[in-house]
Design a protein around this ligand. Structure first.
Ligand SMILES: NC(=O)c1ccc[n+]([C@@H]2O[C@H](COP(=O)([O-])OP(=O)(O)OC[C@H]3O[C@@H](n4cnc5c(N)ncnc54)[C@H](O)[C@@H]3O)[C@@H](O)[C@H]2O)c1
Ligand SMILES: O=C(O)CC[C@@H](O)C(=O)O
Length: 387
């Protein structure tokens, strides 16, 4: 029996995929797995019993990923599972920033002379008029799951699209429309584009990447869209740029005291992934990742350990080891298993940065002595018996 704890509401379509072997718990101290959306985990004490954390979403800045790696806790996310939901809101954001659609709707709702509203509307409408997005230049910073979808859709809407992503994956590059211009520098995006949208993860390298200097390089009257994370933008500098007219509109999915209710800023309450489809896709992917990890020891879509897959175990025994990516680990594992008379049927070892993961199939079940010896090796953080 495995137990899981949800730190946020997770779609039942996904949770329903946990079979009879699984039970939901409210007790962190009983949980093998944690499922989370945006709950902040940095100040949480994560007990030893937790083996896996699945972020039903893309951004993992709310999870202490490095500390988890150190403690042998594998963290997953669900790449691309909510990308379409976000893409649709970004497109809506561009349209909302181009004419005062919100102001127009509010005017109609609050105009008291309802009897003459049709005639009044014709008189008043010019104050809500704007421009079309077709023919305008859109700069996209980050061409991952969301950025690439926004790029292709914007092309179909007649925009001239510039993309910047020095770390683009081969898959994302293959999926991009050929019409998208490859920008080799952010300066090109800033100097050329009428709309700029950012789709990168929040890390120490990207925090406040849109800063005061970036605003000085942008075109007069640019529209900036941020559906990634508020801390990517220096919002104090943004407000100065709005006040000076450099930025026409800031559309953000992240409410905070600085942006809420401020003229020129359209704020949605972190709605990007809040569609039935995205919530289901994320939950289904997260539950499948957790199950394959807990039941077979396989890793797919982890953000702190390498992908590692030996399929369903058909050997008599299987153990998995989370460890540091340092010399002499495999030889220590095989020596211990050999000296305990355990024959290895199959094994795989993969590394990612400072951490590594090993799956070992055995011709007989691992003894307690062997497991204790493996756990005692310096650099080993977690040893699990799958079978
Ligand atoms: N508003 C929401 O509800 C919502 C939903 C999903 C994701 N997000 C946010 O959007 C981010 C992107 O999501 P995604 O699914 O596209 O992720 P992704 O991992 O598929 O794509 C991120 C892309 O950013 C690129 N990148 C990284 N650093 C960069 C840099 N310095 N300059 C340019 N490109 C850089 C990467 O190469 C990658 O292609 C997430 O990390 C998350 O913070 C928000
Ligand atoms: O779970 C959500 O609603 C938001 C998810 C989003 O911020 C993400 O990074 O995937």
């Amino acid at each position: 029996m495995f137990q899981y704890k949800c730190l946020n509401p997770i779609s039942q379509t996904g949770l329903g995929l946990f079979g009879e072997e699984y039970k939901q718990t409210e007790e962190l101290n009983d949980a093998d797995a944690i499922l989370v959306r945006s709950a902040k985990m940095h100040d949480m004490e994560i007990p030893e019993n937790v083996k896996v954390i699945a972020r039903a979403g893309a951004g993992v800045n709310n999870v202490p990923v490095e500390q988890c790696a150190e403690n042998g806790i594998v963290v997953f996310n669900t790449p691309g599972a909510n990308a379409n939901g976000v893409k649709e809101l970004v497109l809506a954001g561009m349209l909302l920033a181009s004419r005062d659609i919100v102001g127009g709707i509010e005017w109609v709702a609050h105009e008291e002379d309802k009897e003459h509203i049709d005639k009044l509307a014709e008189k008043q409408k010019k104050q809500f008029a704007g421009c079309e997005i077709s023919g305008k230049k859109l700069g996209i910073i980050g061409l991952g799951a969301i950025g690439a979808m926004v790029a292709n859709s914007a092309t179909h809407l007649g925009m001239e699209v510039y993309g910047y992503d020095p770390f683009i994956s081969i898959d994302a590059a293959w999926n991009l429309s050929r019409t998208i211009k490859h920008s080799k520098s952010l300066d090109e995006i800033y100097s050329q584009c009428d709309y700029i949208t950012i789709h990168v993860p929040l890390t120490d390298n990207t925090r406040k990447m849109i800063d005061k200097e970036a605003f000085t390089k942008m075109k007069e009257g640019v529209v900036l869209l941020n559906f990634a994370r508020d801390l990517l933008v220096d919002e104090e500098a943004l407000i100065e740029a709005l006040d000076s007219g450099k930025v026409k509109k800031y559309v953000t999915d992240f409410a905070n005291p600085l942006v809420a209710g401020r003229p020129g800023i359209l704020v949605t309450p972190h709605l990007g992934a809040s569609t039935a489809e995205s919530e289901e896709n994320c939950a289904v992917m997260a539950v499948k990742e957790v199950r394959d990890f807990l039941e077979n020891g396989n890793i797919k879509n982890s953000v702190n350990f390498p992908n590692c897959d030996m399929g369903t175990c058909i050997a008599v025994g299987r153990i998995t080891i989370c460890h540091k990516n340092i010399p002499n680990m495999i030889s220590q594992f095989t020596k211990i298993l050999g000296s305990e008379g355990l024959n290895i049927a199959d094994m795989t070892n993969k590394s990612r940065g400072s951490y590594a993961y090993t799956i070992i199939d055995l011709e007989s079940a691992a003894s307690k002595e062997a497991l204790d010896e493996l756990k005692a090796i310096e650099g080993v953080s977690k040893v699990r018996v799958i079978k």
